[in-house]
Write a protein that binds this ligand. Structure first.
Ligand code: MN
Length: 371
């Protein structure tokens, strides 16, 4: 029976009840002290914008101070521009001094047990919010787990938290969240849900469009064009698959960027890019084919030799090359390329257009003028 006079009724009138989602978050927040917000390593726009949104939510709704902390760099020109417009500070995990404190931490756009998120020693994970399809709950983890596989972006999930909390999103942050949703769904040409559309349309009229424009059209360094040429020189086409390789990658974000670029070739439905980076081999994959399972495919092909993860239409992986000679490294790379192309060929076996019998360079070498 409803009873408005009870103690609970009174309390509810004084302070509106939290939505179940916000209550679940509130339950894991510490009574005092700063919370660490950890986006996945080498944060992309979705990870970073989501971290900024969480910072705002904690401050405005719960009066909790927080710090964005991450591992790896941000080097893609657009992403650097995005971070330039973020009004909140951030710290590199390597520079973090925790002392004897064991701060609570929230992980965004990845899970700490995936290999893609480095958790600073001493930090206590109290919550994880992610949208990647392969994300699985971890047995024994008692913190908040808000997993929504299929949702286009973690930024959309963060928009929902802010909406339920009644927190107004500042214009600069609306621009960052919009950019995150747009890149993560490739302007809604990839998988998305009604929540992504709602977030995008609600944030658009509130966003600083000048910031969004500056991010989208950030100036590119000359080094980018050198890598672009190398990628084009090495690019190969085989049926509906395109791939390439970069010999010396300094900033890992170039690898997915090139895989993205190859995915725009007409009739190509699968693309991937490999790259050497120190003692690691990086690989990024894209697919526009419905029912593609890029993350699963990469994990199968890489197997125990490394780690991989991602979405249906995009995935990334890395292999450890420590102790391998240059020849062994090249052999490993060729093996990975062969098995990936082999898998994709079998997958396309009953499609209308069969594979050619051999691969071709994407760009024909220039024809030399007759002497
Ligand atoms: Mn994401």
């Amino acid at each position: 029976m409803a009873n408005g006079n009870g103690k609970n009724g009174h309390a509810a009138a004084a302070k509106p009840a939290l939505s179940p989602r916000l209550a679940a978050l509130a339950a894991v927040l510490p009574e005092q002290g700063r919370v660490l917000i950890i986006p996945h390593d080498y944060p992309d726009p979705d990870a970073f914008a989501s971290a900024a949104a969480m910072h705002l939510l904690l401050k405005e709704k719960f009066g909790v101070r927080s710090r964005i902390v991450f591992t790896g760099m941000v080097n893609r020109a657009e992403n650097r521009e995005m971070i330039r417009h973020c009004r909140y500070g951030f710290t590199f995990a390597t520079r973090l001094q925790l002392g004897r404190k064991r701060p609570a931490a929230l992980v965004l756009d990845g899970v700490p047990w995936s290999g893609r998120v480095t958790v600073p020693t001493g930090a206590r994970i109290v919550g994880v919010i992610d949208h990647h399809p392969q994300t699985r709950a971890k047995k024994g983890f008692e913190g908040l787990m808000d997993f929504r596989p299929g949702t286009g972006a973690t930024a959309s999930i963060m928009y929902e938290y802010l909406k339920e909390a009644g927190v107004a999103v500042p214009a600069w942050l609306a621009a960052l969240l919009l950019y995150a949703i747009a890149t993560e769904t490739m302007d809604f040409s990839r998988r998305f849900t009604p929540l992504d559309l709602e977030a995008y349309s609600a944030l658009l009229p509130r966003a600083n469009m000048k910031i969004l424009g500056a991010i989208r059209h950030a100036a590119l360094p000359r080094s980018y064009f050198a890598l672009l040429r190398e990628a084009m020189d090495h690019a190969q086409l085989y049926g509906r698959v395109a791939w390439t390789h970069l010999d010396a990658v300094e900033h890992p974000e170039i690898v997915p960027e090139i895989a993205d670029l190859l995915s725009h070739i007409e009739r190509v439905t699968w693309s991937f890019c490999t790259g050497w980076r120190g003692d690691e081999m990086l690989i990024s994959m894209r697919s526009s084919q419905p029912g593609a399972r890029c993350g699963r495919l990469l994990r199968t092909v890489i197997g125990a030799r490394g780690t991989a993860g991602g979405h249906f239409n995009m995935a990334a992986g890395q292999l450890d090359l420590t102790g391998k000679t240059p020849a062994e490294r090249e052999e490993l790379r060729e093996g990975i390329v062969r098995s990936l192309v082999g898998w994709l060929e079998r997958r396309s076996a009953d499609s209308e257009e069969p594979f050619d019998t051999q691969s071709h360079p994407l760009v024909a070498p220039p024809i030399k003028p007759a002497p």
